[in-house]
Design a protein around this ligand. Structure first.
Ligand code: ADP
Length: 468
């Protein structure tokens, strides 16, 4: 179909047909009435004919003149719709001031409308751009649905977490988010129209790993009548925070437990000692004081270990320097009672870079464990080895009882003990290997254990070559 041009031909055609038709009817009727009652019929007929022709011509010309601006206005409206940002379309200069009366008013009104439309379109498009930028910049996943649970919009972080959404307009929320808690939370907001916050667990990634989220939901309401048309949710990943909180709670529980045992013993013996003294009995005093003193020592060791651990975890700086390995090994041998074991020391390297106090602490902890858990008379071997890529390795090997495979991955956790009762009786705090792990890691290295039950254990610390 051919598009109408800028002149409103249809309206003009309609006007012409009507004008000619009714003029002809009027002309014939008048001619007949006047002509039949007059003697000079043809004279009247021609005069009327001439008069009507002149009227028709004038009125058609006037109509054309009147309709011309309408065509122009139609054309301009079309252009405004097509190019809402084009300022030229809506400036007052673009108006034709010579148009008669109301045309001028209409054109002015149209121009104002166009200007408003332009300002609103620009504002809306700017807001959209800003919103998109914010949505992509936030680290949280954003996801919105409509009342019928279809997807409205989401940000790239959402697809990073929950995977691609194939056909957003058509996909239902339940095809992307599976947790009933999440679905229920969205449903509640759609129903009540009130914002809510919930802790939820949702599976993410191809392997569907569960993660903890703090989900903040808000309703989407139409501005003019407040009708709720959807809900938008922000998924704040709190998995690490939750894990840290769990570890902290466990840690506080463990520390309290570790402190309570020696404190209960000290308290009990002090009370007994007090009542003995009141009765003038001092025969067991020496023995009780020894027990109290041992437990105070145990408390000190525990508190020292905890302070060490906290210093290492809070990232306190280490003092790196060249360490002579023989010096620190001999120092450890003089501090740990190794007289009941056969100890061999091998130096394949004689120096490394690190914090001497901390490296000494690593060796001391490993040696204390070996002496503690390996029966008397057995072998303990300390080897300083030159590893690949300039690494220095410390191997502490014994032929003691060994450790079951199920315990091995957890040995380096704080307060983890294979045999709780025995380890505590032997004076262990349960923090030794966790300190070893932290120190080695702060040197950029790693620690692992090789062990077979009945054949012994070997703890290996790898220290990478540090840049100078
Ligand atoms: P603890 O202070 O109890 O020794 P650690 O963190 O040093 O704590 O060690 C954790 C556990 O690992 C110990 O309780 C012990 O059961 C086991 N372990 C450590 N070293 C050895 C070893 N050389 N042989 C056998 N078991 C060991």
């Amino acid at each position: 179909m051919k598009r109408p041009g800028s002149f409103p031909w249809r309206l003009y055609r309609w006007f012409v047909v009507k004008q000619v038709f009714w003029s002809a009817v009027l002309f014939l009727a008048l001619s007949l009435i006047v002509g039949l009652t007059s003697d000079s019929f043809w004279l009247v007929f021609f005069s009327f004919g001439l008069a009507f022709l002149s009227v028709i011509t004038i009125s058609l010309l006037m109509a054309r003149r009147l309709l011309l601006p309408l065509g122009r206005l139609i054309e301009r409206t079309r252009r405004m719709r097509k190019n809402p940002f084009d300022e030229e379309e809506v400036t007052p200069e673009a108006m034709a001031f010579d148009e008669p009366g109301e045309w001028y008013e209409l054109e002015r009104a149209l121009n104002r409308l166009g200007r408003d439309l332009r300002t609103k379109t620009i504002r809306l498009s700017r807001e959209k751009t800003e919103l998109r930028a914010i949505m992509s910049a936030v680290s949280e996943a954003v996801f919105a649905i409509s009342r019928d649970r279809r997807i409205l919009f989401f940000n790239p972080q959402f697809t990073d977490l929950f995977g691609e959404v194939p056909d957003p307009g058509e996909t239902r929320m339940s095809e992307v988010l599976r947790s009933p808690d999440v679905v229920e939370a969205y449903t509640e907001v759609l129903k009540t129209g009130l914002p809510i916050r919930r802790e939820v667990i949702e599976e993410v990634g191809a392997d569907r790993t569960p993660r903890n989220f703090l989900l903040s939901l808000a309703p989407l309401a139409k501005k003019h009548n407040g009708e709720i048309y959807g809900a938008v949710g922000i998924f704040h990943d709190i998995t690490e925070m939750k894990a840290a909180e769990r570890i902290r709670i466990e840690f506080v529980g463990n520390v309290s437990h570790e402190l309570r045992t020696p404190l209960t013993t000290i308290n009990g013996y002090l009370q007994t000692l007090e009542s003995d003294m009141k009765q003038g009995r001092m025969d067991h005093a020496q023995e009780f004081l020894k027990i109290i003193s041992d437990n105070v020592k145990r408390l000190r060791v525990l508190v020292d270990d905890l302070l060490d651990l906290s210093a290492l975890e809070s990232g306190k700086d280490l003092k790196f320097e060249i360490i002579r390995l023989q010096d620190i090994t001999e120092s450890v041998m003089s501090q740990v009672n190794v007289s009941n074991h056969k100890v061999h020391v091998v130096y394949e390297v004689d120096q490394m870079q690190g914090d001497p106090k901390r490296i000494e602490q690593v060796l001391r902890n490993l040696m204390e464990n070996a002496v503690r858990y390996v029966p008397e008379g057995k072998d303990i071997e300390v080897r300083w080895v030159a590893g690949p890529d300039g690494k220095t390795e410390l191997h502490v090997k014994d032929n003691g009882p060994g450790i079951l495979p199920k315990h091995q991955p957890r040995l380096f956790e704080r307060f983890y003990r294979v045999d709780e009762g025995r380890a505590r009786k032997e004076g262990g705090t349960g923090i030794g290997l966790s300190l070893v792990k932290h120190i080695v890691q702060r040197h950029g290295g790693q620690v692992h254990v090789k062990s077979q039950v009945g054949q012994g254990s070997e703890f290996i610390c790898e220290f990478p070559k540090l840049p100078h």
